[in-house]
Design a protein around this ligand. Structure first.
Ligand code: NAP
Ligand code: ZN
Length: 350
């Protein structure tokens, strides 16, 4: 067993605090990783605070993990000690169902094993995430990070990156398509970078007028203030695809009229309560679609990382010490992040 140090939530209201616990001994198919950096996803905040009413404590959040392989199991031939590796939102799945065979481990029929806030497949061991100095994960859920990417700025790719890359690719964001990204936070700013890299015409919908310049710098062609009905109306019937990354309930009926015929709005944000009901007329006229998407499979996550290596895409980050995690959570809840907090895990030793 390997002793791990970490920060954990003990319940929905107390601040995260230091704990130590044991990681499992490296099995033949495992990789042990010394964690260098971990991104702070809004899902960490939702789950630490029990927003989704499914939290298991003590909980070590964190599913945007980058570090060096420090031990490899005897069956692992393609990763060696010292390699720059990563772990995202899943650490296991059944491996035998059709979804797993089709490389959609996130939709595993038996339920995938999330990196934290879950039990491992033995049903007893709590899975604990990346706000920690070390983690042990099956090779088949470990990603490799292209050497040209800054490891700290690559960490958010493991969730914010794949969660936007996958739907943008699936729904065909590319040349000749007008794509909207709703919410310029961790996910949203990665969505802008990918949609632009895929060659689409990109618009950002934001509630924060002070993010306009950043949105343009990140690659958007235009910025729409979503609280300004006149600004919204100008874009009626013009979008092929809208990706909604917002972490709070809001009225989707404001966005559906902006889609073209056969256009799609896809939700990735998971608020703590439902959006107001969608009016059927807003879907019927124009044969519009309302869809959802969950992270991406492991093969697609590796594809995304390799794409980022080729195109030099990383997240815009603010580095923090782990002792400042509560300050980061408070700022994230106020949409005040540019555009992802990343924990420097060296601070755990301080
Ligand atoms: P984030 O960095 O906090 O960004 C969310 C953005 O939403 C904010 O920056 C803000 O953008 C906008 N926003 C916040 N409150 C709003 C409100 N009341 N009305 C309208 N807009 C609002 O969060 P994130 O890490 O990107 O995560 C976003 C959501 O995706 C979370 O719910 C998270 O749990 C979920 N998520 C889902 C998946 C998946 O697989 N489906 C994966 C990861 C995360 P502006 O300031 O530009 O308005
Ligand atoms: Zn996440």
């Amino acid at each position: 067993m390997t002793k791990a140090r970490a920060y954990a939530a003990q319940d929905a209201t107390s601040p995260l605090a230091p704990i130590s616990f044991e990681r499992r001994e490296v099995r033949p198919d495992d990789v042990q990783i010394d964690i260098m950096f971990c991104g702070v996803c809004h899902s960490d905040l939702h789950q630490a605070r029990n927003d989704w009413k499914n939290s298991i404590y003590p909980m070590v959040p964190g599913h945007e993990i980058v570090g060096h392989a420090s031990k490899v199991g005897s069956n692992v031939k393609d990763i060696k000690e010292g390699d720059l590796v990563a772990v995202g939102c899943m650490v296991d799945s059944c491996g035998g169902c059709q979804e797993c065979k089709d490389h959609f481990e996130q939709f595993c029929a038996g339920g995938m094993t999330p990196t934290y806030n879950s039990y491992e497949r033995d049903g007893k061991t709590l899975a604990q995430g990346g706000y920690s100095d070390v983690i042990v994960v099956k090779r088949s859920f470990v990603l490799t990070v292209p050497g040209n990417l800054d490891p700290a700025a690559a960490a958010p790719l493991l969730c914010a990156g794949i969660t936007t890359y996958s739907p943008l690719k699936h729904w065909g964001a590319g040349p000749g398509k007008k794509v909207g990204i709703v919410g310029l936070g961790g996910l949203g700013h990665m969505g802008v970078k990918f949609a632009r890299a895929f060659g689409a015409q990109v618009a950002v919908f934001t509630t924060s007028p002070n993010k306009r310049e950043d949105a343009l710098r990140l690659g958007a062609h235009e910025v729409i203030l979503s609280k300004d009905p006149e600004d919204m109306k100008k874009h009626a019937g013009s979008f092929d695809f809208i990706l909604d990354t917002v972490s709070a309930p809001h009225d989707l009926n404001n966005y559906l009229p902006l889609l073209k015929r056969d256009g799609t709005i896809t939700l990735v944000g998971v608020p703590d309560s439902d959006h107001p009901p969608v009016a059927p007329f807003n879907l019927i006229f124009g044969r519009k679609r309302l869809a959802g998407s969950l992270i991406g499979g492991i093969a697609e996550t590796q594809e995304m990382l390799d794409f980022c290596g080729e195109h030099n895409i990383v997240s815009d980050i603010e580095m923090i010490d782990i002792q400042d995690i509560e300050k980061a959570f408070t700022r994230m809840a106020k949409s005040d992040v540019k555009y992802r907090f990343v924990i420097d895990m060296k601070s755990l030793a301080a």
